[in-house]
Each structure stands twice: as structure tokens, then as C-alpha cells.
Design a protein around this ligand. Structure first.
Ligand code: ADP
Length: 446
């Protein structure tokens, strides 16, 4: 293992004849002999100046030999009492106690110790290897160099792309050395900021998307207003046509604002679990009644096999109504070619019925697999043109997802191109209904 400091002592102790230390020894020897001869000669020639010559010789010897003697002492000191190059047990114990990944590096940024979290986060990096071997970030290296020069702690953001996208906030701090010496070790502490960064990015994307969605109809409205005030001022036919388009654009803006408000209301209470009870059979009855006219408008039949008993879950009836009405609306808008929509409500769990699966199935064109995981993203649309033509905002499934999260459930999408799609969610039944439905299952099977 490379040990930069320890290599210094033996190299200078066994310096070859041509080395600077050998040369300085020869110079000192020549100076000693030369000045001894000169001062000796002077003392012999002028015995009355003997004491002064001796004093001058002594002073010269001090000047010539003092620095070498000091260097020798320093080299001797580097032997048994050389600065320790490895972190001591105390340091290791403290680093182990920290929950976040921590590295301890030396002045040359060689890894000298790391805790278990660091091992888990960055894999098994060999002690003694440069940290830059694994963390190839010029910003991190620059921050470490700055910390080394200034002796002050610093922070840097480290973005990792592989093996997964992760963002770390790295704090680099010198470990204070005794007696005002330069720090020998530096601590690299990593705080995982991946989730925070993702949320920040989502928020900025959301604002950008929302403004863009609102700006489009707004631009169209302004354009028509200008035309009506200018070239089409006296054109009655054009005015009627333009006013119809303007009304459609204004209602698009208002739908968008309604959906945005709805989404923000639901997101605000997403973490507040509901305590109310809702009967999914009642919810589905209402959805069927409410959505039948839209289904007819699209030439689609709405099929619903109504369970006999209530299926009660913990949840808010209005929010659940919003979920399934939204799914039926989408099935009408995008799956009308299949001519059928089936509302499905099934108790699941065999004899021990414990939950209920509620879904909406259509027999439309289906959705390509690469789009399925992204459907619940805000403003995500498989085909923007067809969504706009269907008066979509791209927020419907995002609202659905958030309501389901609040109900401790999640949206499951099964879709096959050319066959159709099923959007469903599973909810735990409340206890008394579990018993009732279990009984019923038992009877039918008997
Ligand atoms: P939109 O307001 O555009 O309908 P949604 O969030 O409700 O927004 O849906 C997102 C996208 O998912 C739609 O634009 C559409 O492309 C696709 N989609 C949703 N439901 C279906 C479905 N039943 N069949 C095919 N595609 C669908």
C-alpha cells in the first residue's frame, strides 16, 4: 500500500554520494578544514590575536554545522515518533457510530478508513487507494484541495449516474491535528439528497408545465381578440366562428385550473389517512349513473355487474367517485373503439376474503408498454394531440394516483395493444364486511 510520508525518511538517510545531503557534507568538511588551517595560521603568525581567531573559528563552525545538525535531529525524530499515518481507534469508533457514509482520507486523498454505510453506498473501495478512483468528480477533488489548503471545512454536491442516479451533499472537514500542526486527515461525510433533488426537480418541472399548458390557450385567446378588433372587425361569420373557438380555449383553461386545484388539495392531505367508511358498491352505482350519458355520447355500452352486498372500505366516498369517474371518462375518451366498458368490483382473497379489487376495463387500442409506467406523471400524455382533442389536461391519472395513495392503495394498469386496458386498485375491506363476504364465498362454494 502506498504510504507517501513514511517513504521520505529512508530515502534521505541512505542518500547516494551525489545527493544534496552528501554534497552539503563535503562542503561543510571543506569549510571546516579550510577555516581551521586559515585561523590556525593566523594564530601562529599573530599570537596576540590568538583568542580572537579562536572565537571567529567557533562562530564560523556554528554557522556551517548548525543547520545540518538540526536536519539530522529532525530525521531522527521521523523514526519511532513519526506522525501516525493511520487513524487511531478513537477516530474509527466515532466514524463507525455515524449513520451516514463517511470516509477518512489522508493529505494525498488516499482512503484510510470508511464506515459500514460508506461500504454499502460506494462498494468495497480498497484502503490506501485514492478516493478519486471511485468518485471521479472534479468538483469533489477541487473541494478537497481547497479544504487541504485553507484548513476550512467545505461542501460540494456530488451527482452519481452509475449504478443509479444519486445526489450526495459531501461535507469535507479537516480533522484537527495536535499542537497546531497541519491536519493529517480529512473527513468526507455524505448526505443522500436524491429524494430532495427529485422533489425540487419535479416542482420546477411542474411549474414550467403548468405555465406552458396555460399559456397556449391564452396565446390563442389573445390572437383571436386582436383579429376581432382588427381585420375581422366587421366579419360577422368569422366573429361567430372565432368566439366559439375562444369559448373552447377559455373552458380549457378553466378545466386546467380546476384540475390543478384538485391535485394540490389532494396532495396536501395525501399524508392524512382517512378514517371515514365508504361502500364501493354505492360508489360504483353513482359512477355508472353519472357516466352513462358520456358513454352513450361516445357510442360505448357501460356494463356493471353489481355485487349484492356492500363492500365497505376505509375511505372518502367523493374522492373514490372522482377516481372511478375519471377512469371511466378516460375509457370513453381513449377506448371508445372497443364499444364496451366494464366496471369490475371483485372481493378477493379466497375463503378469507380480505380485500376488494375495483377496476375499469375497456377494449380500445391499448397502451404501448413503454408509456404505462409514466401515465400517472403530471401532464404525461401518450398522444398530446388526441388528449387535447378529447379535452384532456394530462392531470387526470395523476389525481387518481394521489387519491389512491391517500387510501393506501395504488393504480395498477394492465394493457395490451389492440386488446384494451384495465385500470384497477385494491383496497382492504373493513372487518365486518370481511366476515360477511367470507361467509358468502363459503356458501357459494359449498
Ligand atoms: P388526459 O387528461 O390527457 O386524459 P390522463 O392523466 O387522464 O390525462 O391520462 C394520461 C394519458 O393516458 C392520456 O393522455 C392517454 O394518452 C392515456 N390513457 C389514459 N387512459 C387510457 C385508456 N383507457 N386507453 C388508452 N390510453 C389511455
Amino acid at each position: 500500500m502506498h504510504d507517501p510520508e513514511s517513504s521520505a525518511a529512508p530515502a534521505s538517510a541512505e542518500a547516494p554520494a551525489s545527493s544534496p545531503s552528501a554534497r552539503s557534507r563535503a562542503v561543510a568538511l571543506r569549510a571546516t578544514l579550510g577555516s581551521a588551517a586559515a585561523f590556525g595560521g593566523l594564530a601562529l603568525a599573530y599570537p596576540q590575536a590568538g583568542a580572537a581567531s579562536l572565537a571567529a573559528f567557533a562562530a564560523l563552525m556554528v554557522v556551517v554545522h548548525w543547520p545540518r545538525a538540526r536536519r539530522r535531529t529532525a530525521l531522527r525524530g521521523a523514526g519511532p515518533e513519526a506522525p501516525r499515518l493511520w487513524p487511531d481507534q478513537g477516530m474509527k469508533t466515532v466514524i463507525d457510530a455515524l449513520g451516514e457514509p463517511v470516509f477518512l482520507v489522508d493529505r494525498d486523498f488516499m482512503l484510510r478508513y470508511r464506515n459500514a454505510s460508506a461500504l454499502e453506498a460506494f462498494g468495497n473501495m480498497a484502503l490506501g487507494d485514492p478516493v478519486s478512483l471511485r468518485l471521479r468528480s472534479p468538483e469533489l477533488i477541487a473541494a478537497m484541495e481547497l479544504c487541504q489548503r485553507s484548513g476550512e471545512a467545505g461542501e460540494v454536491v456530488l451527482d452519481e449516474r452509475r449504478p443509479t442516479d444519486r445526489t450526495w451533499l459531501v461535507t469535507i472537514a479537516p480533522v484537527r491535528a495536535p499542537r497546531g500542526e497541519r491536519p493529517r486527515f480529512f473527513l468526507l461525510k455524505f448526505r443522500d439528497r436524491t429524494a430532495e433533488t427529485r422533489v425540487e426537480r419535479m416542482r420546477t418541472d411542474f411549474v414550467a408545465n403548468a405555465s406552458h399548458e396555460l399559456r397556449t390557450p391564452l396565446a390563442s385567446l389573445s390572437g383571436f381578440i386582436e383579429t376581432l378588433q382588427g381585420p375581422a372587425r366587421d366579419d360577422e361569420v368569422a366573429r361567430e366562428r372565432f368566439l366559439a373557438i375562444m369559448r373552447e380555449q377559455a373552458s380549457r383553461m378553466s378545466r386546467l385550473i380546476d384540475d390543478l386545484l384538485s391535485l394540490s388539495r389532494i396532495e396536501m392531505k395525501r399524508h392524512l389517512p382517512d378514517t371515514a367508511r365508504a361502500d364501493l358498491v354505492r360508489v360504483f352505482d353513482k359512477v355508472a349513473d353519472q357516466m352513462r350519458p358520456l358513454a352513450e355520447e361516445h357510442g360505448v355500452s357501460l356494463e356493471y355487474e353489481r355485487p349484492e352486498r356492500p363492500l365497505r372500505i376505509v375511505g372518502d366516498e367523493d374522492e373514490l367517485l372522482q377516481v372511478f369517474a375519471n377512469l371511466v371518462e378516460n375509457a370513453c375518451k381513449y377506448g371508445a373503439d372497443g364499444k364496451r366498458i366494464v366496471l369490475k368490483l371483485e372481493a378477493v382473497g379466497g375463503r378469507q376474503v380480505s380485500s376488494v379489487e375495483a377496476g375499469v376495463q375497456d377494449f380500445g387500442p391499448g397502451i404501448a408498454p413503454e408509456h404505462v409506467p409514466r401515465l400517472t406523471e403530471r401532464f404525461y400524455r401518450v398522444d398530446v394531440g388526441s388528449s387535447r382533442a378529447m379535452r384532456g389536461t394530462g392531470l387526470g391519472l395523476s389525481i387518481v394516483r394521489n387519491i389512491l395513495l391517500r387510501h393506501r392503495s395504488r393504480l395498477v394498469v394492465r394493457s395490451t395493444l389492440g386488446i384494451g386496458s384495465t385500470f384497477s386498485a385494491r383496497f382492504p375491506l373493513v372487518r365486518d364486511d370481511m366476515a360477511a363476504n367470507g361467509e358468502r364465498e363459503g356458501k357459494t362454494k359449498a
